[in-house]
Design a protein around this ligand. Sequence first.
Ligand SMILES: [Zn+2]
Length: 633
Amino acid sequence: MAKLTWPHHEAQRLFKQVGGTKESVIFETGYGPSGLPHIGTFAEVARTTFVINAFKRAYPDVATRLIVFSDDLDGLRSLPDNVPNHDLLRPHLGEPLSSIPDPFGQEASFSAFMNRQLQNFLDYYGFTYEFYSSTLTYRSGRFDEGLRRIMDCYEPIRDLFTATISPDKRQEWSPFFPICAACGKIYTTRVTAIDKLNYTLSYRCDQSDGKYQPCGHVATTPITGGAVKVGWKVDWALRWFVLGVDYEMYGKDLIDSYAMSQKICALLGGKPPAGYKYELFLDENGAKISKKIGNGISMEQWQAYAPLGALLHFLLANPNKARQMGMPILPKIVDDYLKALRTEARDDEYGTLWFIDQLQHHHDASGLRNSEIGYALLVNVAENLGLHEGAVLFEYASRHDPSVLENEPFFRELCVKVVAYVQDYQAKLPQQSLDIDIRYAPYLRDLRQAVQALTDRGEFEANNLQNAVFTVSRCYGLVQSEWFKFLYQALIGKDKGSRMGTFLAVLGAERVLAMLDGAIARFLPLVASFQAEALEPILANAESISADENVHVYPIVGAMQIDPDGVWQIKTKALITDLLEQPLLLEGPDRESAEPIDAQVEKERIYQQASTLLSACLTGLQRAIGPLLRASE
Ligand SMILES: [Zn+2]
């Protein structure tokens, strides 16, 4: 893997920006407590922590702090799907989240519950942070000085903003959102006048968007002490200014807001933080992840199906590149992590493991250098065997690979997660309709023969099995990718899978032979009927082919064979068609001869061979197809 440099670059950039002027460098991440913490919350805190750890490593004498700021003075605009008791919440729409009752009935307010969830969530994963509630920060008076500055800068801020909104809304615009003293709502009030000298404003509670009702109250209030909140772009700037935030990441969807907040922060007299824009996650099809569509992956799913280290490893890749995540590609994401565990040094600060260990405080597995056990492989094994228990899967994995036993706790847990993934997710997918090319089915018998031979010789082992699969395709000149695709389809019902030799080795000889027998019994009857269809035109032309001077039957030797059952093995329909159109091949592709070839002698030899072959072909064809043709008459 390439050197992991972005957290280090960020640390250097930040150090240059603060210039050693601060006692401690302050990082911030935000949280909207209108819903439960999710994987995006985790991602932002984790990535910020990566930069913090790189910073601490480079500048051990500078203290760092991470502020996790919850916007709990924001109003509730709609009823979230994933919380209960909508009837309890509905009358409170438009009120600050910290004034609304907890729908779960556990905490003093809606946001107190969500804030508790957030802190439990961050504590569970071992993050170091300081929690800030917007409500408490406003009410404590900590923002008062900043709020007065906003009033002082009312005109320039207003000019900045109104340039970005439609003319009919400019008149009404205000950075201030007073909380109605009568009904408690924040989204129903309208500022009617400001008093810059006394830092007060007057408002009227008369705004409605249909979901929340205004009460008509009219009042004048100080802008300080939590009676008035500022709109969120101003709020972001206020926070940076008052708390002295030096570094904050933001999603690509907030580019414009971030730029606006930076300007406002500067107007207030603050130094905007070093910002870092990250790309949003995409699903496996490249679509934006949305909670509504339910694509993507939740934190609960991740915990159930994959190691946390794999998520951290995923998040360590360059955040400036849009990354795909989702249930279908989870095996690949975990296998990328296992690859890091196999190849990276733990103490290399330019590797992912160093960052992951800093956060996890333990190392998942070591000594995996030659291990072939991976998530996708275990998924294939669990599916193929219909396993319901992680312990059984672990038995299979550890029998095959000693490093699994050496890292028993990690792999035991991984096997449990794999089985859960297969049961909860894979097994419930709609059956994939496979476009199986049954012309490859006859070669299953060759493979079975090879596997039996390996078993008898005590050489049933991943590399030998992999070679056996290749040998069959080389022997018959099969299109290798198609042959492998056919095997995956026939053995696991998918177009692709993990490395075939390893997969077979983990399953064990008995299971593999039984599987091949099953596939042979299933597919060969289909082949016979296909052949009748494919050979019909050749049969019709066979007489004229053998009489033709330019017959080119030499490669047919490789293409067709008559076996004792009279079943034809055919390479492909396309090849036979080609044969009928190509000029005579004087030399086979693999033909090697020490003697110089006498063209005339060689030609005669080929004709002789071709004629014998064709006559055998004709007999075999008639024997194979005759009954089928008669049956269809
Ligand atoms: Zn009101």
